[in-house]
Ligand binder design. Structure first.
Ligand code: SF4
Length: 198
């Protein structure tokens, strides 16, 4: 018995990634909550909750690898839902700073609970598979960023503090110069508040 010829391995990989993206998005829609948050609105609320200071819209665009019009629309909707507040930067009136309102803080707390389907599926991965997937995902993201297929995001591979393979042969081969510590593939960050572009 022989296989019927199917899509080549690279297509199989993209199909797999598309299915995973679909699953993550579907869980986000299911978790829309009392404010009926879209996945992007939920990402913005979670991002602002992780930040120690109000963020510029441009910083939100970069952190979420989105586009200015998309983020601007989502922030307007969040303002209407009274989950975020915005104010002009005291040092530059052209800049709008965005932060969570008290209702937004409460919503951020609800969003920290990950969907059981997603958390159980990730927990079922071996430590090696988890690290390999994170390394593969960040490498693919970087390749797509270099080809301008997706926006550059605030991840280790684009960070001036990242020193890859600084400790060859170690289980924690990379080094973060921001915290001056070694780390392994399983701790690579796709988004990081301390990121600074190379
Ligand atoms: S500061 Fe953040 S993004 Fe930069 S290398 Fe360290 S962990 Fe990675």
């Amino acid at each position: 018995m022989e296989h019927v010829p199917g899509p080549p391995p690279a297509t199989q990989l993209w199909l797999g990634l598309a299915r995973l993206g679909q699953a993550v998005r579907m869980e986000a829609w299911r978790n829309a909550g009392p404010h009926n948050l879209s996945p992007l609105q939920a990402d913005i609320v979670a991002l602002l909750a992780d930040s120690a200071r109000p963020l510029r819209q441009g910083e939100i665009v970069a952190a979420l690898a989105s586009t200015p019009p998309t983020v601007s629309d989502a922030v307007k909707v969040l303002r209407r839902k009274e989950l975020v507040e915005s104010a002009r930067d005291a040092g530059d009136a052209r800049v709008l700073l965005v932060r969570l309102s008290p209702a937004g803080e409460a919503e951020a707390g609800r969003l920290t609970v990950t969907s059981p389907a997603l958390s159980e599926a990730v927990a079922a991965l071996s430590a090696d598979d988890f690290a390999a997937m994170l390394r593969g995902a960040t490498t693919l993201m970087r390749q797509l960023q270099e080809r301008r297929a997706i926006p550059v995001s605030r991840m280790c591979l684009t960070c001036r503090f990242f020193v890859p393979e600084a400790h060859p042969g170690s289980t924690r081969p990379h080094h973060c110069r921001f915290v001056d510590a070694s780390f392994g593939d399983a701790e690579l960050r796709v988004t990081c508040p301390d990121h600074e572009t190379v």
